[in-house]
Design a binder for this molecule. Structure first.
Ligand SMILES: Nc1ncnc2c1ncn2[C@@H]1O[C@H](COP(=O)(O)OP(=O)(O)OP(=O)(O)O)[C@@H](O)[C@H]1O
Length: 493
């Protein structure tokens, strides 16, 4: 990549990062409708809004990865009039943690660090790059245990996210002034998410400002001094977080209301019935995992304690026995690597889960396919200008909703959920929880791994993992966020 213009960071004074009246269109879609936004040095600003509100588009404009249609951008007192690209942004101290993650999959962490710092060249660059990223990972995520020579594509999404955050804060010749974090904790568990947020807050106290985009509103309240709310490409609120509650932010986002969770009082499965799936060897002590018809089973624990591996083993075992067992579907949280067909349309991405039902004689019926897509776009509230558009034209959260729709539109009786609501807004989450419950009431079974502990309170039974073992099984009203976190840390107690 070549820089747009030679630039000396020494010429900067330490003023704010500001955009005025910024507009952006994608064909018929108006993603930004005249945005005025500013962040001062050392400030942490939260940027929230429903899926498709325009948050990532604004972030891409600030990071130089998207050229704005119109409007002004000024950084530390300098008005940017010419071409502005990621190199120019970097030279002015602007970094970005991308929602879809920007690390090169075929390179290791050291090589990915080198890419972000062209100055790390010549004899010994590898050693210097390794030291840089190791120190930063240690500073942000003490005890992370990540191997620097692992190829990034082989790392789980949580570790890729950790590496992306740490890399954004590494410094060589360019200054570090503003960090834009787009859903930085969406794949992190409770512990790693806290480490990341604490680090962002501590960096702000040292003068490095942050813009935090998140649907985890607790994160916003935890570290942001101010919150900016976007609805349909416009800013509708800009106010201090002091005195603001989670429900207050939800209300500012518009018609969405945070709803009280309905709690099942007891386990829903029929004890007499056989489980639809029973997996022995699910943990290192051979504790069986059982899933009954119409049951929502959660897999909980601290990051890396075996619960996600258990989900994947259960899924693999079910796929092997799919001729004799129930039809199965899998909703991936790592949508880029495991969920989407990036070159296909929204319709094709949806219909791939139920081709048999759409077949008329030997061919897929295009009318039935389109009608299915329209039905699910409406049901899930997918924000799109058309079902034939490329799937990558959807915002991140809307892509995730589509994967969910694909599983629910299929005839699967057993659905595996692998952190499926990553990047989905609070209002949609509430409706997805309702969908899951309705489908369970109709007899479908769900096995649910999530990095958001609170979501597990929607389950009928939760297996809590610690050190690759099931240490507790909670049912009905015993499933609370506090009890899950407590058992995750302490084990059986
Ligand atoms: N490359 C593109 N082509 C067409 N439309 C796009 C493109 N990128 C974004 N859009 C549209 O612009 C709007 C804003 O998208 P954006 O990704 O900024 O939303 P967001 O607020 O970040 O959503 P999320 O919370 O889901 O990440 C959406 O309607 C989206 O479909």
């Amino acid at each position: 990549m070549t820089c747009a213009a030679p630039f000396s960071p020494r010429s900067l004074d330490r003023g704010p990062l500001t955009v005025s009246n910024v507009r952006q269109h994608f064909g018929a879609v108006q993603a930004l409708a005249g945005i005025d936004f500013s962040v001062a040095p050392g400030e942490v600003v939260g940027l929230v809004g429903h899926n498709g509100a325009g948050k990532s588009t604004l972030m891409h404009i600030l990071a130089g990865t998207l050229q704005r249609d119109s409007g002004t951008l000024s950084i530390s007192g300098e008005e940017i009039s010419g071409r502005y690209d990621p190199c120019a942004a970097n030279a002015r101290g602007i970094r970005c943690v991308f929602q879809e993650l920007s690390l090169c999959q075929n390179l290791d962490l050291v090589e990915n660090t080198r890419i972000a710092h062209p100055g790390l060249r010549g004899f010994g660059w590898r050693k210097r790059a390794a030291q840089l990223i190791r120190e930063q990972l240690d500073a942000v995520f003490p005890g992370h245990g990540m191997a620097l020579d692992a190829v990034v594509g082989k790392l789980p999404i949580g570790q890729r996210q950790m590496a992306e955050i740490a890399r954004a804060y590494t410094v060589t010749s360019e200054p570090l002034r503003f960090v834009i974090l787009d859903e930085p904790t969406s794949s992190l568990g409770h512990h790693a998410a806290r480490q990341a947020l604490d680090f962002v807050a501590a960096s702000a106290r040292r003068g490095v400002a942050a813009i935090l985009i998140s649907h985890r509103l607790e994160d916003i309240l935890r570290i942001c001094g101010r919150v900016v709310v976007m609805v349909d490409g416009r800013i509708v609120a800009n106010r201090p977080t002091e005195g603001l509650s989670r429900d207050g932010i939800v209300a500012l986002m518009g018609h969405l209301q945070a709803e009280p969770r309905s709690r099942p009082e007891a386990i829903r499965a029929q004890p007499a019935a056989a489980p639809v799936r029973k997996l022995s060897g699910a943990d290192s002590r051979d504790h069986p995992i059982e899933v009954y018809q119409g049951e929502i089973v959660g897999l909980a624990g601290l990051d890396g304690h075996g619960q996600r591996e258990c989900l994947r083993r259960l899924h693999a075992a079910s796929m092997k026995r799919r001729r004799s067992g129930p039809p199965v579907a899998y909703v991936a949280g790592d949508r880029q690597a495991e969920g989407l067909f990036p070159l296909w349309s929204i319709t094709k991405n949806l219909s791939i889960g139920c081709l048999k039902a759409l077949r008329r004689n030997a061919l897929i019926c295009a009318a039935a396919e389109a009608s299915l897509a329209r039905e699910w776009v409406a049901t899930m509230g997918l924000k799109t200008a058309g079902i034939d558009l490329p799937v990558l034209s959807l915002s991140g959260g809307n892509q995730q909703k589509l994967l969910f729709a694909r599983a629910l539109a299929s005839r699967a009786e057993l659905v595996f959920l692998d952190d499926p609501l990553r990047g989905v807004d609070v209002g949609t989450k509430q409706s997805v929880y309702r969908h899951i419950r309705q489908e369970a009431d109709k007899g479908r079974s769900f096995v649910w791994y999530t990095s958001e502990v609170g979501e597990l309170t929607n389950c009928d039974r939760v297996y809590v993992f610690r050190e690759q073992r099931v240490v507790a099984v909670l049912t009905g009203s015993a499933i609370t966020e506090a009890s899950i976190i407590d058992l995750s840390f302490r084990g059986r107690g």
